[in-house]
Design a binder for this molecule. Sequence first.
Ligand SMILES: [Zn+2]
Length: 277
Amino acid sequence: MVEEEFSFGMLFAGTITFGLFLLIVFLFLKMLDTVYISWFKRPAWVHFYLYKKKLSEDQKVILRKKLNFYNRLSSVGKRRFEHRLKCFIDDKTFIPRQDFVLGEDKKLLIAGTAVMLTFGMRKFMLPILEKIIVYPEEFYSTIDERYHKGEFNPRLKALVLSWKDFEEGFRVEDDNLNLGIHEFTHAIHLNSIKRSDTASIVFSDGFSELLRLLRNEDLVTEIKKSEFIRDYAFTNEFEFLAVVVENFIESPTEFRSQFPGLYNKIQQMFNFRFAGY
Ligand SMILES: [Zn+2]
């Protein structure tokens, strides 16, 4: 009886010590992570999964046909992309409107746009976004009584897209117009304002630095004169970001050579370190 009590006490003390040890290791790693982010302005690691979800062979064929970003990834990168894409599609509710048929290929391309943009970030699920509503073409918004091609509505946690315009954004790859990239950038931006994970900190800090960069009036005049970035960017700071990210994805080489400082900030915010960027 005495022996049993003694063993139980030892086990209890051992468990507490081990628990404390794990807690100390966790806090130490968290501190290292914070220091790494503040020094290098990017996360120490991006991809770590105990288990990776898989896409079907048919889904992978669609990706190969439709998404160049996916094709340019290494085989390890492709497996990570597929896992993230499956998680994202399973998590979001896709709602077609006006009898639109939202097939698997369309869902993959829409979700693939979000996964591409967040592929350099540790957190990629965008909790601020729950629904993706897709109209066949431009839709009427009762908020401002105008027709829209796309919008992100944080109150409804919904991203709304016109499929016709979304598809056109991908069909013409180098005209710096891409509705999907534009609207998902709004979602990522607002998500970073509401959250405090590593990706959001890197993104928000980078955005503050980007705004500081734009206080340089000479640079702003130069950007406007170049006509490389379309005028709509100067509507407000949110639109500026969404428009320049369209340029960043569609014409990275020209962007880097024309405005290297601005280009580097976008690259830093998205931790976008992939072939060609
Ligand atoms: Zn916009």
